[in-house]
Structures are given as C-alpha cells and as structure tokens.
Design a protein around this ligand. Structure first.
Ligand code: GLU
Length: 294
C-alpha cells in the first residue's frame, strides 16, 4: 500500500484561526491514523501579502496545538523554478497565452458585453488576449507586463488524457466529473508573481508525493482545474477530502475580517490546547461557532 502523505498548506497572510486549526488537525490525524506523514507547506507566493512574521506565528500555533509537521517545511517562494518549468512545458504545448489586460480593462469589457458568464470564482475572463494576432502578442510581450493564462478550450481538446472526461475522487462527495471550462481561461502565472495558486498547488502536491489533499470545501471547485493541469503535465491525481468550513454565529465562514479569533488570541486568553484540539476533533466549537451543514 502507498504511504499516506497529507499536507497543511496555509498562505501566510495572517495568523491561524479556528478554521485553519480544524483543517490542520484533520490532515495531521489522517496521516497519523495511516502511519503516514503530514507536511507543512507555506504558500508564500503572494509578494504583497505574505509576511515572515506570520510564518513564525503559524508554526508556533501548530506546535501549540500539538501538530508537529514531518520533514522539512516547504516554502513556495523557494520553489519558483519548479513552477516556471511546468509553465514552460505548457507554453511548449501551445496551451497558454500572455494576457496584458488590467482588472479595470476586463471589468469594462465584461460590462460592455451582452453575456457575462459567471464561473466558480466570479466573472469569467472574456478571452480578449486569446484573440490577439501573433504579431501583436510578440510586440507587446517585449515591453508590457503580462500574466499567463491557460487556454482551457484548447487544453480540453489536447490529445491525451485531458480530452476524455476527467474525474477525481472526493472522500465525501464521491466521483466528480471535472468541468474546468466553467472557470474560463485561468491565470497560471500572475503579473506580480511567476506562478498562481492553481499551478503551484498542482505542481507541489505531485512533487511532494501528496496522496491525500485535505482542505476546505471553498476549494472544491478549484480541484477541476488542478485535475486538468495534472492531465496536461502527466502528474498523478491524489485523493481529495474537502471538509466543511467552520462558521460563526451569523453563518459566515471564519475570516479575520469577520472577527474570527486567532489561535494566538485564544492562547493569550489562557485556552488549554489539548482541550481545544479535542473539542475541534469532536466538532465542538467555542460558543457561537459551528461546522457548516452539521
Ligand atoms: N493556501 C491555501 C489557503 O490558505 C490552501 C491551499 C490548498 O489547501 O490547496 O487557502
């Protein structure tokens, strides 16, 4: 049997809150129950938001909760060459194109169009830069900042696995048929970062041998994109477990902006970590919080 490898992959844009702790405990416990390992991966590709002080804080919070990750901590900011290599392969296959659009330009184009399809992540990119002539593309590539987008239509026509019905398995929802086209042409490398969440997470889960991806249902739909990238890049598909999100008394998912308490605050207020972890495992949350749908 394959050894189980799980991971907890926070973006260091703040301290961990209860929702993160819940997710990390699930990943940790799944690994321990199967004699496997749990990796910690810091998803610090966002140059504007990632902070090293948050990274130290996240590690401290996990250890306080009794979650000791295995092996070396991986930092996405140190793995950019891997993502560049994957993007280079997709460029070589002709499945990505540079996008020079600004947010404002995209919004204006959508506002002026008759149909504005919505995908799981909001309005779908109208494909403006997909239609540029080769000459214009070459000229603008020389001196304009650009992102790289996946040509999803072309990717789904690409000979090989991606052409057939792609599916993946979720431990709760079962077999899922992927429909990555609902997202439109997603960004694989941003103007301000040489990768995007979708590309980095797909490359890393494969490179780190992750067998079981445990994360919140907010990322359920994104798995369709990851599945397509796996097919295009010849990477294995892990098992997925998308867990319900924790919500506050008003049914809002936990987030710092909604006033969710940070683990550090609970600790400062004298919470007992064993008790907190045991309660989270049992789905018992501090007063006013609940597990969505439970
Ligand atoms: N870094 C992502 C987050 O903090 C999670 C990525 C994942 O688990 O796939 O929301």
């Amino acid at each position: 049997m394959k050894n189980v490898v799980t991971r907890f992959a926070p973006s260091p844009t703040g301290r961990l809150h209860l929702g993160h702790a819940y997710s990390a405990l699930l990943a940790h416990d799944h690994a321990r129950a199967h004699d496997g390992i749990m990796l910690l991966r810091i998803e610090d590709i966002d140059p504007g938001r990632a902070r090293s002080a948050h990274i130290d804080g996240i590690i401290e919070d996990l250890l306080w909760l009794g979650i000791e990750p295995d092996g070396e901590i991986a930092y996405q900011s140190e793995r950019l060459a891997l993502y560049a290599e994957a993007l280079g392969r997709l460029k070589g296959l002709g499945l990505v194109y540079p996008c020079f659009c600004t947010r404002a330009g995209i919004a204006a184009e959508i506002a002026a169009s008759v149909s504005a399809p919505h995908g799981p992540d909001g309005l779908v990119y109208p494909g403006t830069c997909r239609r540029l002539s080769v000459e214009e593309r070459e000229r603008r590539l020389r001196d304009e900042p650009h992102a790289w987008r996946l040509d999803v239509g072309k990717a789904l026509e690409f000979p090989g696995e991606s052409r057939g019905a792609l599916s993946w398995h979720d431990s709760t929802a079962g077999e899922i048929i992927a429909h990555p086209e609902r997202f439109g042409d997603v960004v694989l490398a941003r103007k301000d970062a040489p990768t995007s969440y979708h590309l980095a997470v797909t490359v890393d889960d494969a490179a780190q041998g992750v067998t079981d991806v445990i994360r919140g249902t907010d990322l359920f739909a994104s798995t369709d994109i990851h599945r397509l990238l796996q097919a295009l890049l010849g990477l294995p598909t892990p098992h997925y477990h998308h867990h319900p999100l924790l919500t506050d008394g008003e049914g809002r998912r936990l987030a710092k902006r909604n006033g969710a308490p940070a683990i550090a605050d609970l600790r400062g207020a004298g919470a007992n970590p064993e008790e907190l972890a045991a309660n989270l495992r049992a789905g018992i949350l501090p007063a006013g919080y609940s597990v969505a749908g439970a």
